[in-house]
Write a protein that binds this ligand. Structure first.
Ligand SMILES: [Zn+2]
Length: 156
């Protein structure tokens, strides 16, 4: 069977047991680097703003996804946004049950595409879609330029 043949009967599928060592290095890219540098050094979120069509995006881009123009303008969003959606999690990524549920949510910023998915302080009953939330950041001396510089978002 060659790679060009299509498997239409799933019982024809096979697999091989074993491990494939894969080494990789994840990079943030230029826009991601700008975002996390601003977060670490200034304690603020930044978005890209396309000067050709006006689209603002978080996480910041170096090319506009709308009109493909190079991005040269980055704007501060501060650390306050709106809770766009949220959910309660009872298990971590490894399937271990939390002692108490964690709330995760998507925080968006008015007029800006995208958002930040992160921990939300509070419980499901205390939160509402659209409510103002503000990022609680680590003290500047403890920040490392990662998403963990944000401890959580809490109600403003
Ligand atoms: Zn554009």
């Amino acid at each position: 069977m060659s790679f060009k043949e299509t498997i239409n009967v799933n019982t024809m599928l096979g697999y091989f047991e074993g491990e494939i060592p894969v080494n990789y290095q994840y990079t943030l890219g230029v826009g991601g680097n700008k975002f996390f540098t601003a977060l670490m050094e200034k304690g603020e979120f930044i978005a890209s703003e396309c000067t050709a069509c006006g689209v603002k995006t978080i996480y910041p881009l170096i090319y506009c996804e709308e009109c493909f123009a190079p991005i040269e303008k980055y704007i501060s969003l501060g650390v306050e946004g709106e809770l766009y959606s949220f959910t309660e999690c009872h298990y971590d990524y490894q399937g271990n049950k939390y002692d108490k549920p964690h709330v995760l949510g998507l925080v968006r910023f008015p007029g800006v595409r995208g958002g930040i998915f992160h921990r939300i302080a509070g419980n499901m009953d205390s939160l509402r879609i659209g409510m103002k939330v503000v990022a609680k950041l680590k003290p500047k001396a403890e920040r490392s330029g990662t998403i963990d510089d944000i401890i959580c978002f809490e109600t403003a």
